[in-house]
Design a protein around this ligand. Structure first.
Ligand SMILES: [Zn+2]
Length: 123
């Protein structure tokens, strides 16, 4: 037991824990009050399981899941007018960092890859 504790302490002293945030977009059937919670739960469980399948000596472990149903009428997000990807306007409050960087040009939200090349947010 002491040997195991000593190994765990040595490991803890020689590693740093990294929180990797992964954003996944899923199109689920819409319902009157949001999305089908059973389907959402099923997808969440599969994502958690997928983390456990990662082949790495550093044993990644699932830590938590945060879900947001995207709503362009109340959130800083929308579909890019150019390519249709989800983007968030980097120049407006409450930027959603999990989406593509975007900006509004002539009233249209464009992602950083569809913005005019001379736009400061163009990629
Ligand atoms: Zn685009």
């Amino acid at each position: 037991m002491l040997v195991i504790l000593a190994k765990e302490r040595a490991l803890a002293a020689s590693t740093k824990t990294v929180l990797i945030t992964l954003h996944v977009l899923v199109d689920l059937p819409a319902e009157a009050d949001g999305v089908n919670s059973d389907l959402l739960h099923e997808v969440s469980i599969q994502l958690e399981d997928a983390v456990g399948q990662i082949d790495s000596p550093f044993t990644p472990k699932w830590s938590g899941t945060e879900v947001a149903v995207l709503d362009p009428s109340t959130m800083n997000c929308g579909r890019c007018k150019g390519c249709g990807c989800w983007a968030s306007d980097r120049d407006k409050p409450e930027f959603l960092g999990g989406l593509n960087v975007g900006a509004v040009v002539d009233g249209d939200l464009l992602c950083d890859e569809c913005l005019p090349l001379d736009h400061p947010r163009a990629f």
